[in-house]
Design a protein around this ligand. Structure first.
Ligand code: HEC
Length: 328
């Protein structure tokens, strides 16, 4: 029983009701303060307590939300991740709205008429803003739970979830050894997925690899839908060599020229870093990984090419239907 309560997603679901209720309750109380503040200190005190408690619960909801997000399977649709990120970003600001309102209410205790009128007026505005912000955050959270099943056993995952890694080849056990099994045969470790194999790099062949003609087509086909210029996943864009080298929110730089195997981009497409890219799809062919590694080994040069035009064309078609493809 207790265990269920400590499932992060349930805990979050329980906790978020407090900020929602307090944010709604707070608005009329603050507005009553505006009417009666001069003769009722009790009302202002009540309002300040409501917003202080709201600040606290907003922080708790934020931390439980982070834990809940970690429990979301990495294979849910990209569209769902977008929503999760938006909900999380909004949720992480609720406490600030509440804290500002608390401070304004506390300031209204200063015995200075014009000042009190000013801070109460401001508190009226921030309490309303808090309620609206909380409502919008809750709205996104509601879509996540009720439309996408996030946090429930019915969470919808991407149609082309990466296949289970094949178990590594295990030496057949000789008949006689089976009689007395001392140790169970080694289980494939689910934490150690099979990596896309690599070939050794010949520097002469590597120098031949061009970004525009060899590397870009791979990125365009497999990565551009999520890592284009508009709202790139994890802040990582593949639309210029500069941006690729710069990297994203988690792994910067994204590419270390001359060091293919230390470059996060390679580690993501090989599966050394998780979630493996391209996300929710089959891993790249070893040949494609080899081309990218060669290009990085040769210095990750931009070449003559200008991919701007190519990006513009393909993004226009991708942008409207980035998810349709996966859903069909
Ligand atoms: C379906 C959408 C999708 C596709 C296609 C995709 N990615 Fe990603 N990518 C993501 C998401 C989502 C994350 C953030 C994952 C996380 O850490 O939770 C990410 C993260 C990354 C990161 C880490 C960025 C950072 O520093 O935070 C790299 C590098 C990356 N992807 C490279 C690629 C490459 C290369 C391809 C193509 C071979 C690719 N991705 C295809 C969705 C996608």
């Amino acid at each position: 029983m207790l265990e269920t309560l400590f499932r992060p997603q349930l805990l979050h679901a329980v906790l978020v009701h407090f900020p929602v209720a307090l944010a709604i309750l707070g608005v009329p109380v603050v507005y009553l303060c505006a009417l009666y503040a001069s003769n009722s200190r009790v009302l202002v005190r009540l309002a300040a307590v409501i917003y202080a408690v709201l600040t606290l619960f907003a922080l708790l909801a934020m931390f439980s939300g982070t834990a809940a997000r970690r429990a979301v399977p990495a294979t849910v649709d990209a569209e769902v991740w977008e929503l999760i990120h938006r909900h999380e970003w909004m949720g992480s600001h609720v406490w600030m709205f509440a804290a500002v309102t608390t401070v304004l209410l506390v300031l209204s205790f200063i015995q200075l008429n014009w000042f009190r009128v000013l801070v109460i007026a401001l508190a009226m505005a921030t309490s309303l803003a808090t309620a609206i912000w909380v409502a919008m955050t809750g709205h996104y959270g509601g879509i996540l739970v009720y439309e996408h099943g996030v946090g429930t056993p019915y969470v919808r995952v991407a149609d082309e979830a990466p296949a289970e890694p094949d178990p590594p080849d295990v030496e057949p056990i000789p008949e006689e050894a089976i009689d007395e099994p001392e140790e169970p045969a080694e289980e494939p470790d689910p934490d150690e997925p099979e990596l896309v194999p690599v070939e050794s790099i010949d520097s002469e062949a590597a120098a031949e690899v061009q970004f525009e003609s060899d590397v870009w087509p791979i990125l365009e086909q497999h990565c551009l839908t999520c890592h284009g210029d508009t709202r790139p996943s994890s802040g990582f864009r593949v639309t210029s060599v500069e941006a690729i080298i710069e990297g994203g929110d988690k792994a910067a730089p994204g590419v270390i020229p001359g060091e293919p195997d230390d470059s996060p981009l390679v580690q993501y497409i090989r599966g050394e870093l998780q979630p493996q890219m391209p996300w929710g799809e089959d891993p790249l062919d070893p040949d494609e990984v080899h081309v990218i590694r060669q290009w990085i080994a040769a210095g990750a040069e931009d070449g003559e090419g200008d991919i701007e035009e190519l990006v513009d064309e393909s993004e226009e078609t991708d942008e409207d239907a980035p998810t349709d493809e996966r859903e069909s």
